[in-house]
Design a protein around this ligand. Structure first.
Ligand code: SMG
Ligand code: MG
Length: 366
């Protein structure tokens, strides 16, 4: 397969409601989509950076810049997705930008040979259970309305975003209203320090599946210490940037569950490596989300169907975030989404919708 170039396209999708976390409030998703053109097929990748470097050091303008300035020329002559990873390895950091390019090439490669993402990655299921991530709200009644709506829709697991001042009481309120059977977890996005350990241990009363990334991303040892001070399992998200960091965090006892986000770790091939080593270590994993459009969501659903993904992921219907998606919308049935089986991602943008939401397009030849 010969790569001819990449189209870098920015797409602006308004969110159905603001999504507030401990680090920001998102109201619109400005997505960088990459399309690779090869002599055999085209392929799509979604760059999951946010607009500002508040979740991780990457941000969307920076990702577009490094793709144009370094990455695309570095993969001239590359013939497949494995080659993309190898060619980009010398460049430090920027896993989300790398992941988007690798995903596009993998999609093209798989489309050319009629194989699906799921089959390539090692899918063992036809459908995956859906979890939903619920933002920080202005009041508990508002939160209970939102959670009740998601439970009525069929979501099988609820994740509450937390921060200092919005943690124990919202969790207590959700448990009291919806009962002990709801699979419930929380995500702090690095908002606490080890000095908060005794406060965080109050969450132990609520039988949570896990607490995600309570401390700063660099603080692996702090998470290992915290794990000894609370019963709720610790799950790292931001800290896990590669198979190496995953192995280290497991070895140190800093994480007993892992959130795998392909963008954060540099792509689906590295995501599978983390899955494999976690399975070998007996550590359950689940698929994280970055408010993906239908393109990124397709690949995440395929990944979430690997055998080690034993917890429901942040894998939801398109309608969780978007009134209109750029692909056929992903629609949850009975709390599950069906793993795509068509060649490559099994989905592609709908041309009219893609055009309608596009804010800029650029062609970069290799
Ligand atoms: O795609 O369902 C989704 C969003 C899941 O909460 C989610 N993602 O830290 O896990 C996380 C966050 C990162 C993005 S917040 C804007
Ligand atoms: Mg998280």
């Amino acid at each position: 397969m010969k790569i001819e170039g990449f189209e870098l396209r920015r797409v602006g999708l308004p969110l159905v409601s603001p999504f507030r976390t401990s680090f920001s409030t998102q109201t619109e998703r400005d997505i960088l989509l990459v399309k690779v053109v090869t002599d055999e097929a085209e392929g799509w990748g979604e760059c999951v950076t946010l607009g500002d470097p508040l979740y991780s050091p990457e941000y969307t303008d920076g990702a577009a810049d490094i793709m144009k300035r370094y990455f695309i020329s570095a993969i001239s002559g590359v013939r497949d997705a494995i080659g993309v990873g190898q060619a980009l390895h010398p460049f430090k950091g920027h896993p989300m930008a790398k992941a988007a390019l690798e995903t596009a090439v993998l999609d093209a490669e798989l489309r050319a040979s009629g194989r699906s993402f799921g089959r390539e990655l090692g899918s063992v299921k036809d459908r995956v259970p859906c979890g939903v991530s619920v933002g920080i709200m202005d009041s508990i009644p508002e939160l209970l309305d939102a959670v009740g709506g998601y439970i009525d829709e069929g979501y099988v697991r609820i994740k509450l975003k937390i921060e200092p001042g919005w943690d124990i009481e919202p969790v207590r309120a959700v448990r009291e209203r919806f009962g002990d059977d709801v699979q419930l977890q929380v995500d702090a996005n690095t908002a606490y320090t080890l000095a908060d350990a005794r406060h965080l241990a109050k969450l132990d009363d609520f039988d949570l599946l896990l607490i995600e990334q309570p401390l700063e991303e660099e603080d692996i040892v702090g998470h290992a210490d915290l794990a000894k001070m609370m019963k709720t399992p610790i799950c790292l998200d931001e800290s896990i940037t590669s198979a190496q960091t995953a192995a280290a965090a497991i070895r140190l006892g800093a994480t007993s569950v892992i959130n795998i986000k392909p963008g954060r770790v540099g792509g689906y091939l590295e995501a599978r490596r983390i899955h494999d080593l976690a399975v070998a270590a007996g550590v359950p994993v689940w698929c994280g989300g970055m408010l993906e459009s239908g393109i990124g969501r397709a690949a995440n659903i395929a990944l979430a169907s690997l055998p080690g993904f034993t917890l429901p992921g942040d894998v939801s219907s398109s309608s969780r975030f978007y009134e209109t998606d750029i692909t056929e919308p992903w629609v949850m049935e009975d709390g599950h989404l069906t793993v795509p089986t068509g060649p490559g991602l099994g989905v592609a943008p709908i041309p009219e919708l893609l055009e309608a939401f596009t804010t800029s397009v650029e062609w970069v030849a290799v």
